[in-house]
Design a protein around this ligand. Structure first.
Ligand SMILES: [Zn+2]
Length: 371
């Protein structure tokens, strides 16, 4: 939590809705919650009244339990009216998990960005019974502690298919600049990035509501991670670009409906904080790279606290993300350590030699290193 808030920032509904219940945010807009089996123990979902039926925003992780809760919600607060459309803000399992179930069991249309749909369906079909070599190589490159790597290798890999209901063919694409009608309002579609590629957010033209998914959260900073799928990705730059663009749309009167934690008022303040948090993290990290360090060596600098076992995976992918940003902007060089980890060092500090990653690739401009 961020501690004391300026008065311009507040949570109009301090208590979340109980399981199976809904809180009315505005006419035709309901807020509900579904449980998650992890440290972040819930996801927010919303239902917008379209007259003949409901549009649902995000769907929770796939499990019998969450589908049972959805059935309770449909019979209860949704008053037996059908769910005719499911909008998924981004491809992560806590949001897309039951979308396929709404499509195949309830005849709902799925609406999402093309990238969200392609990622969700690709990852759901790509079942891994054992760890792919690329993932292990990625973990070693990030400097994952050997005992943690060994423990992971002894367990079944994380699979989208375990937490996402099978997704049938077909979806309706939304893209940057679209306008979509839901819940008796027209909403501008603005794409976020960084937490998930082509992450949809919705900005009401008719009142003060903003549906922000995980792009904008009130009291936690969305995880920006790099994965074996794209080891050279720079989600921190993607995130900053998106947040600076969305910041232009922020008004003090908007009610923001996020994917986790509580709805809030005070978007201009929150956008500023979200952006500054990452600039601060990048500056701290760069300061600390006077000697070569792997991603796994940067947790305390980056997060300003020790990382517990349950957070290690998220911390590691976020540390790689920040190091990749410094690397792509040419602030650091990197070299392989004996154990296979990439170690990063600030340019101009002692022993910061020539970059030794001489792979093929493009130059990203200016003083940026070869990719
Ligand atoms: Zn989420």
């Amino acid at each position: 939590m961020d501690g004391a808030r300026p008065p311009a920032f507040r949570h109009p509904w301090p208590e979340p809705p109980a399981p199976g219940q809904a809180t009315e945010i505005a006419e035709g807009v309901l807020w509900m919650r579904l449980p998650l089996p992890m440290a972040l123990d819930h996801v927010n979902v919303y239902a917008l009244d379209d007259g003949d039926g409901w549009t649902v925003i995000d769907t929770g992780i796939s499990s019998k339990k969450t589908r049972g809760l959805w059935s309770d919600l449909m019979a209860g607060p949704l008053a037996g009216k059908p769910v005719i459309r499911v909008v998924v803000t981004h491809h992560h399992p806590d949001h897309v998990g039951n979308a396929g179930w709404f499509q195949s069991e309830h005849g709902a249309d799925l609406v999402s960005s093309r990238t969200a749909w392609l990622f969700a369906r690709m990852l759901t079909l790509d079942v891994q019974e054992s760890w792919p070599d690329e993932t292990l190589e990625f973990y070693r490159s990030a400097g994952m502690a050997p005992e943690i790597l060994a423990k992971r290798m002894s367990e079944r890999p994380f699979n989208f298919a375990d937490t996402v209901y099978p997704m049938p063919l077909g979806f309706v694409r939304i893209k940057q600049g679209d306008v979509i009608r839901m819940g008796g309002r027209d909403w501008d579609v603005h794409m976020g990035n960084g937490h998930a590629p082509e992450h949809a957010t919705f900005w009401s033209r008719d009142d003060n509501l903003v549906i922000s998914g995980d792009q904008i959260l009130s009291s936690i900073s969305p995880n920006l991670g790099v994965y074996a799928t794209e080891p050279m990705a720079d989600p921190v730059s993607d995130w900053l670009e998106a947040c600076e663009r969305l910041q232009q749309l922020a008004r003090p009167d908007q009610v923001v409906l996020p994917g986790h934690k509580l709805p809030f008022i005070g978007l201009p303040i929150r956008m500023k904080q979200l952006i500054e948090n990452h600039h601060g993290a990048l500056a701290r990290l760069l300061d600390d790279l006077d000697a070569p360090k792997a991603a796994s060596d940067c947790f305390v600098t980056l997060f300003k606290r020790p990382i517990r076992d349950g957070e290690y995976g998220l911390a590691l992918v976020e540390a790689v993300a920040h190091l990749n940003q410094l690397y792509h902007t040419g602030a650091v060089t990197r070299a392989r350590r004996e154990d296979g980890a990439w170690v990063y060092q600030r340019k101009g500090s002692d022993d910061a030699g020539q970059d030794r990653n001489l792979g093929r690739g493009r130059r990203s401009g200016g003083s940026a290193p070869v990719l």
